[in-house]
Design a protein around this ligand. Sequence first.
Ligand SMILES: Nc1nc2c(c(=O)[nH]1)N[C@H]1C(S)=C(S)[C@@H](COP(=O)(O)OP(=O)(O)OC[C@H]3O[C@@H](n4cnc5c(N)ncnc54)[C@H](O)[C@@H]3O)O[C@H]1N2
Ligand code: MOO
Length: 298
Amino acid sequence: MEIKRTLKKGDNISFQGEYTKAGNTLVEKGTFINPGVSALLATFGYSEIPVAKNPVIGLLATGSELLDVSEPLKPGKIRNSNAYMVLAQIEKVGGEAKYFGKFSNNFEDCLEAIENALSEVDILITTGGVSVGDYDYVLAILDKLKASVLFNKTGMRPGSVTTVARIGNKLYYGLSGNPSACYVGFELFVRPKIQRNLHHPRPHLRKTKAILGVDFPKPNPFTRFVRAKLEVDHGCYTAIPSGLDKSGVVTSLADASAFIVLPGGTRGYQKDMEVDVLLLEDWIGSEWPWNNIVPSYK
Ligand SMILES: Nc1nc2c(c(=O)[nH]1)N[C@H]1C(S)=C(S)[C@@H](COP(=O)(O)OP(=O)(O)OC[C@H]3O[C@@H](n4cnc5c(N)ncnc54)[C@H](O)[C@@H]3O)O[C@H]1N2
Ligand code: MOO
């Protein structure tokens, strides 16, 4: 028999305490239990561990134009896509979604539905009816419920009408009816709250840099969050819009894996500039992504 390699003492032997030392923390508070964490817990005999309770997030869609998905289209009507989108967004980030249905733009009906829903959830979201149209009753309902409105406009597009309020000890989010504005409002304001409830140490979308793949010549006074696809080129991200950048367009949502962040200003943006992007399919997150967002055109 011939041994071809020199072996060192201890090679091919598993030692006690090799994975980790006694007294080391195995899993930090706020860690998402992925398959690897499950294996770790099982290995060290943790059959039961304390976990955060998934917050119950209620959802109510408003708008007399809304049809169920299975209904045939009728003039002046659209299918209620926001409900399915937001329910999926809630579940994706660890909330327990509770759907209360869609309501017409009738003040009394909406008021009653919101009051009832609030009693069953930790956080309530409504979509639509939050702007200044004749049937946009959200602010009047908040007034009636003696809510403390934290803000009801934001300097961003889409999602400028996003409204957040405290009603008693519950948090209320009035997201835009426009699908992309609703999506952005959820990712920027609701997602961090759910992640924080689950003790995530970095509850916001992860921010990183990318090279802009196209021109954005049109200046905008608001910070724009452009739905985008990311491509990796020599280890760097290139960000290109995932479709038409209009508030109502859902095809660009389906393909988006990031938001390109274009701070408001008087100048546009050109291809090949470095920009901030927020990653939608990431679990590392950011503690607070906003401090050092500087206009990239400076
Ligand atoms: N005078 C002004 N009018 C508007 C302003 C403004 O500042 N001044 N802002 C505009 C912007 S920006 C937005 S965004 C919209 C937001 O309005 P609402 O949040 O009240 O949304 P709705 O009017 O109810 O709906 C907007 C749009 O989205 C469609 N929609 C509504 N719900 C759903 C759903 N569940 N699924 C799919 N699509 C939905 C709805 O049919 C409308 O087309 O206000 C502007 N106006
Ligand atoms: O702010 Mo609206 O939310 O642009 O679409």
